[in-house]
Structures are given as C-alpha cells and as structure tokens.
Design a protein around this ligand. Structure first.
Ligand SMILES: [Zn+2]
Length: 409
C-alpha cells in the first residue's frame, strides 16, 4: 500500500473504530500511574449463576470484567456488588447475600497470584504494589440485612465495606427512588429512626454508607445523620439525564460539603438523555418480553435467574444506538464543576447493565480511554488520578478514621 493509501486507509479505519478514542502515550502513563478504583460491578451473579471464572480468556465472552481485562485497563480495585434480587429471593435475602459473598472469595482463592480480597485502604495499596486486583465487597440494598443489625455486623466481619441503603425497592427502613411512584409500597418519608441507627452503626463499623438508588429524602436524611463521608457508588447527574436515580445539583453540593464522593455510573440510560427516553419508550414492550420468556421457563420447571431476564434486556438494549463516550465524561465534568474535582470518581455498573455502556467502553480494558478524554478536556494528571481512585481512597480512609474514633468511645 502506498503511503497515501495508507493514510486514507487509517482515516477510514478511524471512522469505523472510533480512532478518536485511541489512547496516547501520555494518557496511558497517567492512567498507569494511578490506583484505579471502580466501586460497582455486578460480576458476582456471573460467578454464582453462570459459574463464570474471572480468569477467563475467552475472547467472545461479553462480560466487562476478567483478570485480563482488569490488567489491560490498569484496574486496581473493584468493589464487587452483592445484589440480591428482591422478588426471586423472597424469604432468604441473607442466605443469597452469603452465597454471593462466597462466590467472590472463591474467585480470589482460585487466582491467588492475580487477585486478593481487600478490606481496607492499606489492602488496596498492598494489592497495587503486588500488581494484583483488589477485590472488595459492597452490598447493594439494605434488604440484605433482613432488618437485623446483627446481620449487618456479620456482613462487615465477612468483609463487606459498603452498603447501598436501598436498591430499587423500598425496604423496611429506607425509601428507594425506584418505587416512589408506586402507591402500593409503604414509604417512610426517607429513613426511619431504625434506618438512622443503621447508618450510625455502619459509621461505627467502618462500612461506607452508599446512597445510590435511594429516594431524595433518604439521601438528605442520611447526610444529616452520618458521621463519616458518604458515597454514591454508581450514580450520575440529574441535570444532564433526568433519571430519579441520578443526583440533583443540590445533592452534589451536599456531598461536597459532607466530604464524600459520587462515582459515575456508565449505564447509557443514566448518562444520555436521548438513550434514557428511547429506553423509557420501549419499557412496556421490553418488560412484557422478559415476562413472557421467564414465564415460559417457570412453566418448564426451571429456576429463573437474573441472567434469563438479562438475555432479553440485552436484545432490547441493542435496538437503541449507543451514546458516545463523551456523554459519560460530561457527567464527570458536571459533577467536578458543581461539587468539585475532589468529589467524583468511577462506579461503572459493569456486568449489571445488559451491555448498555457508551461507545468505546466494552470492558474494564477500555478504562484508559476515560483518562484520554479527561486529558483532552484539560484535566491535570493529579486531578485525573483523583477521579480514577484517589478520591475514593480519601473517603474510605476517613470512614476508617471515624470508625476508630467511634469505637474508642
Ligand atoms: Zn445498582
């Protein structure tokens, strides 16, 4: 190929493969100098339901997380989400929580040279020095503790280091943003008195309080009562994408005042208003399709898992064009402007969004592309490292300090 043809060839390839998202040497260096922390991946369901091995090298595997993908993206620490689907696990939330926790430990045991369980800032730093993926645990949804503070403490002892006060379902002590419009659900106007005690017990234990998914009033109640900085493990900015799961500018300012951090969710419907509307428009048909499929499985006597509905959700998600990576970066930008660059980070929701991530982000291996766009937008290397993980480490360290203080009393 002549040089001219080569140039034309590259231009064509660029248009197809989003060459603009290629990562420069400088961006790669900044990215690799950071402890990169992601605070939300739903991979444990794959470990449990699919028998998925994180050491998988299958090039066709559609998952976002593997040890190879983590290494390629310099992912240093992952908070694995312990999410108990509240409908299918009625009556045994804690039991399923334990099964998911076990699934993460089993993966770490299988790959001791490349992955380690981590329970503290010091553990994350040690894993980084040893070039291992630090695996942390975060419970997604207060229903897991079955209204029992003793179970909360047991989960802490097993290594759980954050708990999302509610998932999309309101529980006995915290309202969720996911069902505020459902009159059949009994709401509490935010956190109950018992819920406030749970937040304080989390502070005392050193478990991060996570307000992703909660109703707005639950957020304000939590921020009023907590003694430690809080996190949103996987949330976006409502000013850009009008989803009740996302945070208003007023909430972002409250997080800044509290010293906490908002870890930006990568899910297309939370980061791109056009995608959100398109997804909302297909909701009825999509849910009907999921129901028809799972009913069929149930009639055949099969157990229905998250993966079954995920399969249908993926087909529907594929009908809507993926937004550009810049939609995701716009959320980081917005939160950095409103709350400050010390209060924003990454909470991908990898393996929990039916593949609906922005263009160019197909797995953890693509994380350096985020650094590239931040660099293009003028962020300094120090600020980029804060966003990639240092902010979360600061908040975690402060939660550890508050815990020591409270335990000493
Ligand atoms: Zn979630």
């Amino acid at each position: 190929m002549s040089k001219r043809n080569l140039v034309v060839g590259i231009a064509v390839a660029c248009a197809v493969s989003l060459c603009a998202q290629a990562v420069s040497k400088k961006a790669r260096e900044i990215h690799n100098s950071a402890i990169v922390i992601d605070t939300h991946a739903d991979t444990p369901q794959r470990f449990l339901d699919e028998n998925y091995d994180i050491g998988s090298t299958d090039p066709k595997d559609p998952g976002h997380i593997s040890l190879d993908k983590a290494k390629a993206g310099n992912l240093g620490a992952e908070f694995f989400s312990i999410w108990v689907e509240p409908e299918t696990n009625q009556g045994h939330f804690a039991r399923h929580t334990l099964d998911l926790i076990d699934s993460v430990y089993e993966q770490a045991a299988r790959h001791p040279g490349r992955m380690m369980m981590a329970f503290s800032v010091a553990d994350i730093e040690q894993a980084h020095r040893e070039h291992k993926l630090a695996a942390l645990l975060g419970i997604e949804g207060g229903h897991s503790i079955e209204n029992d503070v003793r179970l909360l403490r047991d989960f802490y002892r097993l290594g759980v280091r954050y708990m999302t006060l509610s998932w999309s379902n309101t529980n006995e002590w915290a309202d969720s943003s996911g069902d505020m419009n459902n009159a059949k659900v009994e709401h509490h106007n935010g956190l109950t008195e018992g819920g406030k005690q749970i937040v304080l017990e989390m502070n005392r234990l050193g478990m991060l309080v996570d307000i992703s998914h909660v109703a707005d009033k639950t957020f304000y109640d939590s921020i009023a009562v907590t003694k430690a900085p809080i996190i949103a493990s996987h949330s976006g900015a409502r000013a850009l994408s009008n989803h009740p799961r996302n945070m208003t500018d007023d909430m972002l300012r409250a997080i800044a005042k509290n010293g906490g951090v908002v870890q930006v969710n990568f899910y297309n419907a939370f980061i791109d208003e056009n995608y959100r509307k398109a997804e909302e428009a297909q909701k009825k048909d999509r849910e009907a399709a999921v129901k028809a499929y799972t009913d069929q499985l149930k009639a055949a006597g099969k157990t229905v898992t998250y993966l079954d509905s995920d399969r249908i959700d993926r087909e529907w998600a594929a009908k809507i064009p993926r937004p550009p990576l810049t939609s995701l970066i716009d959320h980081i930008d917005h939160i950095a402007k409103v709350a400050g660059v010390d209060h924003v980070g990454l909470g991908s929701d990898f393996d929990g969004v039916s593949g609906a991530t922005p263009q160019g982000i197909d797995s953890a291996a693509d994380l350096p592309k985020i650094t590239q766009v931040l660099l293009d937008r003028g962020y300094s290397p120090d600020d980029i490292r804060k966003i990639l993980g240092a902010n979360l480490l600061r908040v975690f360290r402060e939660a550890e300090r508050v815990s020591h203080e409270m335990k000493a009393k």
